[in-house]
Design a protein around this ligand. Structure first.
Ligand code: AMP
Ligand code: ZN
Length: 475
């Protein structure tokens, strides 16, 4: 696929504008996506963001970019420590369970594997190096509790992503927890000195006994694997402040370079108008839904079918509609494999070119999936009509099939479609007659019919459960 960057545009949270996407290196994209905090099963709200990030990656690949992507695993933070202490098991054992579940869910949702999944606990020395650099450069200081804080008054661009204006900086006012509101925009912890709440979760290091703050984890792992400037960084909108604001402050203060060129944030999945979140108790995990008999492909479709910058409500009606959309696409692909009509000529080329153009233009426009899917379903309707009228030839159907599979490399909802094996009617009749002959112990006739069927490409096998058949593949 030609690497077409001409029309590709993304909405950059930094500028609040749709901008032409130009990576630093031609044809290569360095992309960081904030991964899960493995303190519990992820809910489908979280997966809305992960599916969006997967769609983004797949679109970049469709457009011919080579993507180097990092998704971190936050396996030490306030929540993982609280969870493991509650169960009274080592944090590693606790987070491993949810990490594994997360990877199983990624697979079920057909989310492509990325290049690196670094774990925070395996990068403590790298974090120490970064924190020391911030201290040396005068951006960080040790508080009286022994923790090391980032002095936001020293970073002149603080607030450039979230657009918060800090009117009055209260010198020395600080937060030690990882998550807090804009009204509490104080100095934040890079390194948290051990306290009793941490139990046995700590590292003895040259900057003291303790553990890293959540924000420094991402800055460190992003720069370690992708370099000082990334093309894309993404996450849900709740991460804009303080997480991503603090990542910028840490990284740019340390390197003096722009940390991220394009920030993409996905809106929340809601339930009855409220963000789906663990703390509101209004969530479903993927496991909850599959246990109720829902197909993970339908969940994927539901999550990606609304534009990523639009909020929407999770409902079971929506999930059922998603299931029928997936079925419609799958049935369409199956029907294409069966089609062998008279041929529609030049007109089919016109339809194919139009749907491809619409699909690409809409996806290039900040992944405008609603327009993409609308034009795809228009196309499906038109071509289905042609198949029903017996107008589509085998060759034409194959071309359409290839196109649909190409689109599905982006959408990831159809997967492999097998040609349904159907017996020709005369073969059915022959099998019936052979059964009669066998019952009458007329072995000669039975063998003759077997040979006749073989010549038609139908292979028989007599089993204790009765006769079975398969169609011999040619070529
Ligand atoms: P966490 O595991 O809590 O760090 O969250 C993982 C990802 O899910 C982050 O990018 C969050 O912004 C995102 N997220 C959390 N809740 C929702 C939601 N209701 N809808 C969409 N994304 C969400
Ligand atoms: Zn992060």
């Amino acid at each position: 696929m030609e690497c077409s960057v001409e029309n590709l545009r993304f909405f950059n949270t930094l500028t609040r504008k749709k901008e032409k996407f130009v990576p630093l290196e031609k044809r290569k994209v360095k992309m960081y996506t904030c991964g899960p905090t493995v303190y519990d099963f992820a809910h489908v709200g979280n997966f809305r963001t992960f599916v969006f990030q997967d769609l983004l990656r797949r679109w970049l690949e469709y457009r011919g970019f080579k993507v180097a992507q990092v998704m971190n695993i936050t396996d030490v933070d306030d929540r993982t420590i609280q969870g493991s202490r509650k169960e009274n098991i080592p944090i590693k054992q606790y987070t491993e369970r949810y990490k594994q579940a997360f990877f199983e869910d990624l697979e079920a949702l057909n989310i492509k594997r990325v290049e690196h999944y670094p774990k925070a606990t395996e990068h403590i020395p790298d974090m120490i190096i970064l924190i020391k650099k911030l201290i040396e450069k005068g951006y960080a200081y040790r508080g009286e509790d022994g923790s090391i804080y980032y002095d936001i008054s020293k970073f002149k661009d603080y607030g450039k992503l979230s657009k918060i204006k800090i009117e009055e900086l209260r010198p020395g006012a600080r937060v030690k927890v990882d998550e807090y509101g804009k009204e509490e925009a104080y100095d934040f912890a890079l390194w948290k000195a051990w306290d009793e709440e941490d139990g046995d979760v700590f590292w003895e290091t040259e900057i003291g006994k303790g553990r890293p703050g959540w924000h420094i984890e991402c800055s460190t792992m992003a720069m370690k694997y992708l370099g000082e400037t990334l093309d894309i960084h993404s996450g849900g909108v709740d991460l804009i402040f303080p997480h991503h604001e603090n990542e910028i402050a840490q990284s740019e203060a340390a390197t003096g370079k722009e940390f991220v060129r394009c920030w993409l944030h996905s809106e929340h999945l809601l339930v009855e108008g409220r963000r789906m979140a663990k703390r509101f108790g209004n969530f479903f995990t993927l496991r909850d839904l599959t246990a109720k008999g829902y197909d993970p492909k339908a969940v994927r479709y539901l999550l990606l079918s609304k534009h990523y910058r639009q909020q929407f409500n999770f409902t079971f009606e929506g999930l059922k509609a998603a299931k029928s959309a997936v079925d419609r696409l799958t049935n369409f692909a199956e029907k294409l494999l069966e089609a062998k009509g008279e041929g529609y000529g030049e007109k089919i080329k016109g339809l194919v070119n139009t749907v491809r153009k619409n699909f690409e233009e809409a996806m290039d426009d900040d992944l405008n999936i609603s327009v993409t899917l609308a034009s795809l379903f228009d196309f499906v309707r038109e071509v289905n009509k042609l198949i029903d009228e017996n107008s589509l030839s085998k060759e034409e159907a194959e071309k359409v099939y290839d196109l649909i599979m190409e689109f599905d490399r982006v959408l990831g909802v159809i997967g492999e479609v097998m040609k349904e094996e159907k017996l020709p009617r005369e073969a059915e009749e022959l099998i019936r007659r052979r059964e009669e002959a066998r019952k009458a112990e007329n072995w000669k006739t039975a063998d003759k019919i077997r040979e006749q069927l073989k010549a038609m490409g139908v292979i028989l096998e007599d089993t204790p459960q009765g006769v079975k058949w398969k169609i011999e593949r040619k070529g």
